[in-house]
Design a protein around this ligand. Structure first.
Ligand SMILES: O=C(O)c1cc(=O)[nH]c(=O)n1[C@@H]1O[C@H](COP(=O)(O)O)[C@@H](O)[C@H]1O
Length: 240
């Protein structure tokens, strides 16, 4: 899978202009997150789908009571996107409800159902945060591994985690379980608010299924060159 570009823009116009810079023959996988979706609504998904062939990751990180999440997931299931997210911390019943809603929505719309990724611990979370703010004892790795097992048992198709935890996740999940890893920073890039960062090559070596990259591409002086370099680093690295 190509590196997933996080289209973290404030307006649809900026997102469309950004995507339009890439030749239509370049395979693209892009992520629409909360900022863009809250600004533009489902229309931005339709606009991007009409623009060119691409895969869409709609990352809204659902987290509510199971009934509410199921109804929200139904709406997302109708959009014809490839990946969606819900927080594993919402629990098994909520994840199962999300999956049910996605399948029902996709069936009603006659499109393929999106795969459900469970958010484990955000890549901006540190061990100190787990202990001092969330009152979760132990390490980030142990928490991520536990949540991945819970997510798989609840019917999720994969998880989102830092590439630092891929081996821990792989130890408790089936081989085709997706492990999508944000917090990706090429050598020397600004880390920003991320805490658990990994280079594209290291993510591949550790066995990530895919990587999510935002600012190192979208804020680069030459986004096409930045994408090409990250894509080459990711696709040529070996999975150990
Ligand atoms: O679900 C995500 O994609 C996600 C989960 C996570 O734990 N950490 C994380 O950074 N993300 C997203 O990945 C993208 C990372 O963007 P950059 O930090 O700019 O590369 C953002 O869109 C985040 O919302």
């Amino acid at each position: 899978m190509e590196p997933i570009i996080a289209l973290d823009f404030a307006t649809g116009a900026e997102a469309v202009a950004f995507v339009d810079r890439f030749p239509k023959t370049t395979p693209l996988f892009v992520k629409v997150g909360m900022e863009l979706f809250y600004a533009e609504g489902p229309q931005i998904i339709k606009q991007l789908q009409a623009l060119r062939p691409l895969n869409l990751f709609l990352d809204l990180k659902l987290h509510d009571i199971p009934h509410t999440v199921e109804k929200a997931a139904y709406q997302l299931g109708r959009l014809g996107v490839t990946l969606t997210t819900a927080h594993a911390a919402g629990g098994s019943a909520m994840l199962t409800a999300a999956k049910r809603g996605l399948l029902a929505g996709a069936e009603a719309a006659g499109v393929l159902p999106p795969r459900l990724l469970a958010i484990t611990q955000l890549t901006s979370t540190s061990t100190a945060m787990l202990h001092n703010q969330l009152q979760i004892p132990g390490t980030v790795r142990a928490s991520v591994q536990h949540l991945a097992a819970v997510a798989q048992a609840a019917g999720a198709d994969g998880v989102v985690a830092s590439a630092q935890e891929v081996l821990d996740i792989r130890a408790v999940t089936r081989p085709d379980f997706l492990v999508i890893t944000p917090g990706i920073r090429p050598k020397g890039a600004a880390v920003g608010d991320q805490v658990r960062v990994v280079t594209p090559a290291e993510a591949k070596r550790r066995g990530a299924s895919g990587i999510v990259v935002g600012r190192p591409i979208t804020q680069a002086a030459d986004p096409l060159a930045a994408y090409a370099a990250i894509n080459t680093e990711w696709s040529t690295a070996q999975n150990d």
